[in-house]
Design a protein around this ligand. Sequence first.
Ligand code: URA
Length: 211
Amino acid sequence: MSAEVHIIRHPLVQHKLTLMRRAETSTAKFRALLKEISMLLAYEVTRDLPVKREKIRTPLAIMEAPVLAPNKKLVVVSIMRAGQGILDGILELIPSARVGHIGLYRDPRTLAVIEYYCKVPHDIVDRDVLVVDPMIATGSTAIAAVNRLKQVGPRSIRFVCLLAASEGIQQFHSQHADVPLYTAAVDEYLDDNGYIVPGLGDAGDRLFGTS
Ligand code: URA
């Protein structure tokens, strides 16, 4: 299976990402930009959502107009904590989406990824899932989150991030070649602390002002 990587090169996405990368961008501005970019990413990721025709009445006439097919609503699963920034943007665009959360941390001794929280809608098996996390660095968190979701077995999974390192994408797709990845950019490498370079720093710290 050929693994899909979609790089969203839209000028508005690229411009906003550049503003987010700048070290001097404030927490408030960073948060607002992440929300705006996430709406634009959501627009791309949901391009193939099924629609059906419904009879409606405009002030002038009756017509058959397209509406989203009454499939079970999308589920957005946020990887805590920085996933919240993307979740907020997607919910602005798709307010009826259901929401799940997965909390993961890396054990500093063993470097294993440990799950400390997981709550997803009970009927997720009938739903399509967007997993969201701004950064794919080594790929290990993304892999663990998707491993966990595959245990509950949603109808489909797509992964949405803002920035990915190419080695993280390779790692991720070595485990989950069936999960399409959507990102605004692919950066060059990881530093010794696992940060994406040039990147934008720690997405959670920049989003919440905790650095
Ligand atoms: N997580 C971040 O927030 N930033 C990185 O550069 C890598 C992982």
